[in-house]
Design a protein around this ligand. Structure first.
Ligand SMILES: [Fe+2]
Length: 305
């Protein structure tokens, strides 16, 4: 069992790096912490948020917009040497990153592997933290980079990858799509059936519901396409807002995500939500304009509300 601690960073390719930097800072509200060569690094962790200060949580690099790499750190970095063997034994491709690749990720060591769909997963040891206070370009109220939606070619198969080889647990499911936790947060990862590979949405937590509504008006004023919300997810209890970024990447702000504390973890039973009921995704009735969220597998339900 590979014991992951948390999602650490996301690396996303783009052909328009300057535009991506502008969007990440002026629209999303991340802090640009540096540009090195053909990559730009962003921070999002406010002290008092997740109680962590990751060196960076998002990187845009010049490259294929379909090239997404998701980094996870280990609960115990001493496990690093055994992780490669576990992945190999389970039949997954694995290689240790070079010193240059580790340096570019601000970690001591990095392993590159893939999930069964072919998503690029990186497992890191001794990732760097920052002693500098988070100071964003725009006050969006962001407290931390929290989770991603990931494309899957076979949700049941990929769920098994995360729950048997890794320490993920299913918090809830919408149809076949599992929302997976690797710590107390309701989900760090959500697998959505979709063609291809890569990240389907990027979530940042914000301080309160006011931040969601402030950003809703701000994004409208800036002409940013809002694709879902404002609304509230019945699964995680979070109030949310989704909008479209560079290369059609979907960004999400949310607040109030449920935590399943360690004492409750063993007894927690995943709930099943139907995809055919639009209220499964938003209990306020907002309708998503997001391909992976719009796909239904049955007739719409009728609600007396
Ligand atoms: Fe989300």
């Amino acid at each position: 069992m590979i014991n992951l601690h948390d999602i650490r960073y996301l690396r996303v390719g783009t052909h328009r790096l300057d535009d991506a930097v502008e969007f990440a800072t002026r629209i999303v509200g991340l802090q640009l912490v540096g540009r090195e060569g053909k990559a730009a690094y962003f921070r999002s962790d406010k002290e008092g948020g997740r109680g962590d200060t990751r060196d960076h949580t998002l990187v845009y690099f010049e490259g294929d917009p379909a090239d997404h790499r998701i980094g996870f750190d280990l609960c115990n970095p001493d496990d690093f040497d055994s992780v490669a063997g576990e992945l190999e034994t389970a039949g997954h491709p694995v290689r240790e990153g070079t010193a240059e690749e580790a340096a570019a990720r601000r970690v001591k060591r990095v392993l590159m592997t893939q999930d069964p769909t072919g998503n690029q997963i990186e497992i890191v040891a001794r990732a760097f933290h920052s002693g500098v206070r988070y100071f964003p370009a725009r006050d969006a109220g962001i407290t931390d980079f929290s989770h991603i939606g990931l494309r899957t070619g076979n949700a049941r198969r990929d769920e098994a990858f995360w729950t048997t080889l890794m320490n993920a647990r299913v918090s809830d499911r919408i149809s076949e799509a599992p929302l997976l936790r690797i710590n107390t947060c309701h989900h760090s990862l959500a697998l959505f059936p979709a063609p291809g590979t890569g990240v389907q949405h990027i979530n940042h937590q914000v301080e309160d519901a006011d931040d969601i509504m402030r950003s809703c008006y701000f994004l409208r004023e800036k002409g940013v396409k809002i694709v879902f919300g404002p609304g509230r997810h019945p699964l995680s209890s979070a109030i949310m807002l989704y909008f479209e970024g560079p290369d059609a990447m979907v960004y999400e702000y949310s607040v109030g995500v449920k935590h399943i504390r360690h004492a409750e973890d063993a007894a927690y039973r995943p709930r099943q939500f139907p995809f055919d009921d639009p209220y499964s995704l938003c209990m306020w009735g907002s309708r998503p304009d997001i391909r992976e969220f719009s796909k239904t597998d049955a007739k719409p339900a009728v609600h007396a509300v």
